[in-house]
Write a protein that binds this ligand. Structure first.
Ligand code: FAD
Ligand code: FES
Length: 276
């Protein structure tokens, strides 16, 4: 099927030109491209990006429809991400998607907690929440000042309504400690309607436990190994769920059903269950 001459089948590969590359940190870059289907994506959805000759990897959209353009913010961790980092503006990549469910907006006071590159899907979410009228407190956690991503992008988003808290493990910027430290304190003192989170699974587990304790609901974005993205191969399973199809966003009700795996075990490339 075609929409204004454009394929609407999300599984069909599209080849797009890299329109812009931004260095976020020494290990993280943001790649911007034009794709009609990504322009209509929802915060939290991911694409499968095929780095020709290397691998296909899942990446959350970190910007959606900024004057028709979309972005992914990518940390260099291995072969495919390193190959992507070596690409230049004007070069081509292929992608399919967007896939998965999306964050659901909530009214009132909400927390958004991002660790490291987990901030990527939380950027379009924060943008949507502020438009929706929610009062956003965004916590960005990083190891050091040099590893904080997207500060210049989030500051204007929260200028009119919202609060930004930055934590670094070595205290080189913002509050010293983990992203979960101010969360625990603020959850005790204030009333929040939702906590949105993405980042290392151990961090998300702590975010979930604090929130459960205070009876605040959570939406957590999982980053497991995704291969097919179609619900077929099983490499992304967390308990009864497949992250690629049922997620990547999971609610408190769903997280309660996978407590023996969430932040405890993950699947390896060969499908075996290993400790975090
Ligand atoms: C839904 C989803 C959204 C994601 N969004 C982002 C994002 O916005 N930005 C970003 O930088 N990363 C994101 N990731 C993680 C990203 O997919 C991996 O970092 C990437 O696949 C690593 O590929 P590689 O070949 O460079 O590394 P490899 O050499 O394959 O492995 C290096 C490390 O990355 C981990 N890893 C490898 N493949 C995957 C995979 N498919 N999924 C999860 N972890 C993997 C391995 O455990 C290993 O520790 C996301 C993952 C998922 C599932
Ligand atoms: S990635 Fe294949 S089932 Fe989810």
């Amino acid at each position: 099927m075609k929409l204004l001459g454009y394929p609407t089948n999300i599984d069909a590969y599209r080849t797009v030109r890299i329109e812009n590359i931004e260095d976020d940190t020494s290990r993280v870059k943001t790649f911007t491209f034009r794709d009609e289907l990504c322009r209509h994506a929802k915060p939290g959805q991911y694409i499968m990006l095929w780095v020709q000759g290397v691998d296909e990897i899942p990446l959350s959209l970190s910007a959606i429809n900024h004057r028709g353009l979309s972005s992914v913010t990518v940390e260099k961790v291995g072969e495919a991400t390193a190959a992507l980092h070596s690409r230049k503006v004007g070069e081509l990549v292929s992608l399919r998607g967007p896939y998965g469910n999306s964050f659901q907006p909530t009214e009132g006071n909400v927390f958004v907690v991002g660790g490291g590159c987990g901030l990527a899907p939380l950027l379009p979410l924060t943008e949507d929440l502020t438009k929706f009228g929610s009062e956003v407190t965004l916590i960005i956690g990083a190891k050091t000042r040099k590893e904080i991503i997207s500060l210049t992008k989030v500051k204007p988003l929260l200028e009119k309504k919202g609060k930004l808290i930055v934590t670094t493990e070595d205290g080189s910027y913002g509050l010293k400690g983990l992203a979960t430290t101010p969360l625990e304190e603020l959850l005790t003192k204030n009333i929040f309607t939702m906590v949105y989170t993405c980042g290392p699974e151990l961090m998300m587990r702590r975010v979930f436990e604090f929130s459960e304790d205070k009876k605040v609901r959570v939406q957590a974005c999982f980053e497991r190994i995704i291969r097919c993205s179609l619900g077929l191969c099983g490499s992304c399973v967390v308990g009864k769920f497949r992250v690629c199809k049922d997620g990547p966003i999971f609610s408190s009700e769903q997280l309660r059903e996978v407590l023996d795996e969430f932040g405890r075990y993950k699947r390896n490339f060969d499908g075996s269950r290993v400790h975090f």
